[in-house]
Design a protein around this ligand. Structure first.
Ligand SMILES: N[C@@H](CCC(=O)N[C@@H](CS)C(=O)NCC(=O)O)C(=O)O
Length: 202
């Protein structure tokens, strides 16, 4: 059975837990990272001291988006289309998410991980503005298609789907982006999203 190591309040762990639920893949998850710490045994399989990591038979893998690609290829190929031109579209948004994460990091850390009296409103506002600029790019794309993976839901939707939940949940200034909102509402209906992604931000 698939083993997933990582605390579920991590964006990158949520991606993997959501995909496993989405495709009905049985797995066991162990809390690692953050307040749970990392054992020497864990560091031996992930020298980056980061989560997530998976073990599936003979393969041990880290890097959340590489894990999504591996699991889709192995167990749900329709979620990572074989046509290179279609696959590349979803892949592009998966890579793009890491730039979005940079924009959102300060707002998340300030509002979720800091006491109210220790927060810096200017830092939060700058991060919120950076998120809005990035989300406007997503809005333009989603005006023309329903999914980041193009015509159908695929793993290309998962990384930004996880971050979009945080964006819609954080107490920050947000422009009204109807296509991003409609896409997010479609994600909420998917297996695994409510249980693995829509959990309180901590
Ligand atoms: N590029 C890596 C980034 C992983 C990452 O930054 N993980 C964070 C949590 S989202 C982490 O492990 N932080 C340290 C910790 O949890 O102790 C991936 O996508 O897997």
């Amino acid at each position: 059975m698939l083993t997933l190591w990582g605390r579920l309040n991590s964006h990158n762990v949520k991606k993997v837990a959501w995909l496993a639920e989405e495709i009905g893949l049985p797995y066991v998850r162990h809390d690692v990272g953050g307040a749970f710490g990392m054992s020497d045994a864990y560091l031996a399989i992930n020298p980056n001291a980061l989560v997530p990591t998976i073990e599936d038979g003979d393969i041990v893998l880290w890097e959340s988006n590489a894990i999504l690609r591996y699991l889709a290829a192995a167990y749900a190929p329709t979620l990572w289309p074989a046509d290179p031109a279609v696959r590349a579209i979803g892949d592009r948004w998966m890579d793009w998410q890491f730039g979005y994460a940079d924009a959102q990091r300060d707002a998340f850390l300030q509002l979720v991980r800091r006491a109210p009296e220790a927060r810096d409103a200017a830092v939060i506002a700058r991060s919120a503005e950076a998120c809005a600029a990035q989300m406007a790019v997503l809005e333009r794309y989603l005006a023309a298609t329903s999914w980041l993976s193009r015509a159908a839901f695929g793993i290309g939707d998962i990384p930004m789907g996880v971050y979009a939940h945080t964006w819609f949940t954080l107490d920050i200034a947000r422009p009204e982006l109807p296509y991003v909102r409609a896409w997010y509402e479609r994600l909420i209906e998917r297996p695994g999203f409510a249980g693995q992604v829509m959990i309180p931000l901590t």
